[in-house]
Design a protein around this ligand. Structure first.
Ligand code: EPZ
Length: 420
């Protein structure tokens, strides 16, 4: 395993190119199961998670070839309806093969994804949705087994205790594209990744209206064709780089990001004294002279994204004053607090809140990565801290950030990888 060594206090300069969106690429890769024809996907980031999804597609009967930043998916044999435990258990995103396989084969057997450090992460909404479309569902030996004659369109409410579900919306929208009749999804997730998935499905011939809004209407068709499609930029990677610049009081240019996907973060950065301005096709981060303490509560899109909560808390540990961080999507997503405190932050849990009394100097330390976004928070702290930080188990980072050490080095950070 590798570790990342960061020599802080870094000042970043120059520009960084944002990669394709991990959370868009995963369901779109799964959606290729809905057609036997060839699909060519551009701007697919090279990540552990996209590699895992490609391996899963191969195990299901697809031929997957990466040619530079494109992924070509072909099919020369009958699809297998079983998505096995080994792959699904390593990445929850694999569960979004459920909908397409069921719609295509009228049967599917997918391992239940486990929980992870950010929460229990149930799949009740996914199962509610496919049952509403007419599937018979059983849970046996940790697998979801679903069968149907042909899925039948219906109206269903897909909101859960924590609001809308991104991958449940993806699964049901994909399944409904080949169902008989019309499906209306109420309380659908509005994330840009859902809109991107709908864009890909429509390029295959699916009939979808309302993607990106809480109500999505899908008219089932008999088949879908192959397609060429370009994945949107990764808003969470872009937001992470904004927070790296804000935390190190650096001015950098972020290329290829979509400002409108980041308005909740930009709003809070502005409150903290940081401004983000459009410069041609780039976004310029202008750091605060004195970072102001700001409180955030995460919500489903367009609310403040839970996937930037850890990174924002890291930034707030540098701000003079009290910052209250609440995660309404994953209430226990605070595993990063302990490691940040080891670096000199002063953060405590109080019920559903994390309270940061910031304004202290952070010091480099050996820390342990535990989850993708918690690890990004440690990188931000390491860049801002005095001295050396060693982040162990950086495979967590490699799940969702393409070439992070190279991108940071190009921005002038003193960062290198080393063997554990
Ligand atoms: C997607 O996960 C993202 N992953 C997550 O990003 C992201 O944190 C999450 O959406 C929320 O934005 C991918 O897109 C691959 P949810 P997903 O279903 O779809 C509860 C990252 O770091 N829920 O929207 O699995 C759930 O427990 C990852 O890139 C149910 O109760 O998340 C959570 O509290 C981490 N029942 C809330 O809904 C269900 O059936 C939102 O979860 C499903 C979810």
């Amino acid at each position: 395993m590798d570790k990342l060594i960061i020599e802080g206090k870094s000042t970043l300069k120059g520009q960084v190119k944002i990669s394709g969106s991990k959370n868009s690429a995963l369901p779109i890769l799964a959606a290729t199961l809905l057609t036997e024809e060839t699909c060519i996907l551009a701007n697919v980031p090279r990540l552990r998670d996209t590699d895992t999804m490609c391996k899963l597609l191969i195990s299901l009967g697809k031929d997957v070839e990466r040619v530079k930043d494109k992924v070509v998916i072909r099919q020369n044999k009958k699809l297998n309806y079983i998505a096995d435990y080994d792959l699904v258990s390593t990445m929850r995103g694999s569960f979004c093969v459920l909908g397409p396989l069921l719609a295509k084969l009228n049967k599917v057997k997918v391992s239940m994804p486990g929980g992870c450090v950010i929460g229990i992460r149930p799949v009740d909404l996914h199962l509610k949705g496919i049952k509403a479309l007419g599937a018979k569902v059983a849970i046996e030996n940790g697998y979801v087994i679903a069968k149907c004659k042909r899925l039948k369109g219906t109206s269903l409410y897909l909101g859960g205790v924590f609001g809308s579900s991104v991958l449940a919306t993806a699964n049901i929208m994909m399944a409904a594209t080949l169902a008989e009749g019309e499906t209306i999804i109420e309380s659908a997730a509005c994330e840009p990744e859902i809109k991107d998935l709908a864009g890909f499905l429509k390029s295959m011939g699916a009939k979808i209206k309302g993607a990106g809004s809480p109500q999505i209407i899908i008219k089932g068709v008999s088949s879908l064709k192959g397609s060429k499609y370009k994945i949107i930029p990764d808003r969470i990677e872009a937001g992470t780089f904004m927070l790296m610049a804000a935390a190190t009081k650096s001015s950098i240019a972020i290329n290829g990001a979509c400002l409108e996907h980041l308005m909740a973060l930009v709003d809070k950065l502005n409150e903290a004294g940081v401004s983000i301005v459009k410069e041609g096709r780039s976004l310029r981060v202008k750091p605060a002279r004195h970072i102001k303490a700001v409180s955030i509560t995460t919500h489903p899109y367009p609310g403040f994204p839970t996937d930037l909560q850890a990174q924002f808390l890291s930034f707030m540990s540098l701000a003079k004053g009290i910052s209250i961080i609440t995660d309404k999507v994953y209430p226990d997503r605070f595993i990063h607090i302990a490691e940040l405190n080891r670096m000199g932050a002063n953060i405590r849990r109080e019920g559903i809140n994390a309270i940061s009394e910031g304004g202290r100097v952070l010091f480099g330390a050996p820390v342990m990565a535990s989850d993708l976004r918690a690890s990004a928070a440690l990188v931000i702290a390491g860049l801002a801290a005095e001295g050396k930080t060693e982040i162990h188990r950086i495979y967590h980072l490699e799940r969702g950030y393409e070439d992070l050490d190279r991108k940071l080095a190009l921005l002038g950070a003193k960062v290198c990888r080393a063997k554990e």
